[in-house]
Design a protein around this ligand. Structure first.
Ligand SMILES: *[C@@H]1O[C@H](CO)[C@@H](O)[C@H](O)[C@H]1NC(C)=O
Ligand SMILES: *[C@@H]1O[C@H](CO)[C@@H](O)[C@H](O)[C@H]1NC(C)=O
Ligand SMILES: *[C@@H]1O[C@H](CO)[C@@H](O)[C@H](O)[C@H]1NC(C)=O
Ligand SMILES: *[C@@H]1O[C@H](CO)[C@@H](O)[C@H](O)[C@H]1NC(C)=O
Length: 350
């Protein structure tokens, strides 16, 4: 549900010489409990036996402990259109990176491992009728909210008001498309959002008719570049409290936006499989669902889990990535494959 961030879910392999660091990381793992962070619901402890916990069980996810179930609600089986709201100060090159990532989801001829290959795991999910998640994800209309219509500090509820403004604007409102439209609110690096950085880097839910006039699946993702890159743009930035840890070079030269790409992937995958929060999730409690990307946070490659990102790729300039899109490379977390009961991604080595 939320892309909850804790340092422990990602990291580097720990050579013996960095045993101390490793211990620090393990201590954090125990104390931060990253998998369940803040969600747009009241807090609720998830039944631990339903989930994977503990570093020893987190290698590419664990099979026996995860019971991802289908709860009979709709999933997005029709061509998906992503309508974007750019809130605050966004420049052309930042927008281009994000647009190209979204366009890459259904691109047919990207080099392998590809973003489209990553989406194939999401397509494995079906609804009651056996219809799969749509193969097609398109960029829809866009709305600029350059002048911070609801200020530089947003709450969960004011986020819905921002969406309302975008779909009811006098000029070029975003289209209302409750069946296959996703509304993606992206906030610039100077915007505070409730619980941003502390517990989440993004989340998804659906809008309330009482606020927006419609039930629309939406996600928010923030640019953490100024506020908390070590939390939300990891591993392209690292937390200050871990000495000796070096950030990896990001593939598109923008730490904040390259970090957002993985969070956007996380949220779109979950919106497709659980748009109204009554379809695919694990956990006993529908107020605290654990969804297909929550299960694989921090896992980007083979062997990933615990504090290790898994095996990644390096481009010629020394940047780290794990999949190709149209013209660009991206680092995107894996998602849960319920047929094999593991996290999977296009760069899996087996
Ligand atoms: C957690 O779930 C298991 C099996 O699903 C059940 O046996 C156990 O009682 C549950 N524990 C709590 C605290 O709900
Ligand atoms: C869905 O997308 C596919 C591939 O882009 C296209 O061929 C098809 O016409 C679209 N269907 C609708 C109903 O828009
Ligand atoms: C856009 O913003 C990013 C991050 O602040 C910066 O690196 C980049 O140079 C900017 N690009 C343009 C065209 O202004
Ligand atoms: C649709 O989902 C089923 C069940 O997970 C899977 O076997 C099949 O390969 C999927 N089809 C596509 C096109 O992904």
């Amino acid at each position: 549900m939320c892309h909850c961030r804790g340092f422990s879910a990602r990291g580097y392999p720990s050579p013996p010489s960095t045993l101390l660091l490793c211990l620090a990381v393990l201590t954090l793992f125990v104390s931060v409990s990253p998998v369940i962070g803040w969600r747009p619901w009241p807090h609720n402890k998830i039944n631990g036996s339903d989930l994977l916990f503990g570093p020893s069980e987190k290698f590419e996810g664990s099979s026996e402990f995860v019971h991802l179930r289908y709860h009979m609600g709709p999933v997005l089986t029709a061509n998906i259109t992503v309508h974007t709201i750019w809130y605050g100060n966004w420049n052309k090159s930042q927008k281009k990176i994000i647009r190209e990532f979204i366009n890459s989801i259904s691109a047919v001829n990207s080099k392998r491992p590809s973003v489209a290959g990553w989406w194939r795991t999401v397509q494995l999910y079906t609804d009651q009728t056996g219809a799969n998640i749509s193969r097609t994800v398109r960029l829809g209309e866009e709305k600029n909210d350059r002048f911070y219509s609801h200020g530089k500090s947003l709450t969960r509820l004011s986020i819905q008001s921002v969406i309302k403004s975008a779909v009811t604007a006098k000029t070029k409102p975003l289209p209302i498309n409750p069946k296959s439209g996703l509304y993606l609110l992206l906030t610039s690096d100077d915007v505070l959002v409730q619980d941003f950085c502390g517990q989440v880097c993004g989340f998804h839910y659906f809008t309330f008719p009482s606020i927006v006039g419609y039930t629309l699946p939406y996600a928010w993702v923030g640019n953490s570049a100024k506020l908390c890159p070590g939390v939300c743009a990891y591993p392209f930035a690292v937390p200050e409290y871990i000495p000796g840890l070096k950030p990896l070079k990001s593939p598109n030269g923008d730490v904040g936006v390259d970090g957002m790409v993985s969070v956007i992937g996380h949220e779109i995958a979950e919106l497709a499989t659980n748009p109204l929060v009554n379809a695919w999730y694990a956990g006993q409690d529908p107020t605290a669902p654990v969804e297909i990307a929550d299960l694989c946070e921090g896992i980007y490659g083979t062997g990933g889990g615990g504090s290790y990102t898994g095996q990644l790729l390096d481009d010629r300039g020394g940047a780290t990535y794990n999949m190709n899109g149209i013209r660009r490379k991206f680092l995107v977390q894996w998602v849960w494959n319920h047929l094999v009961n593991y996290c999977r991604g296009p760069n899996a080595l087996d």
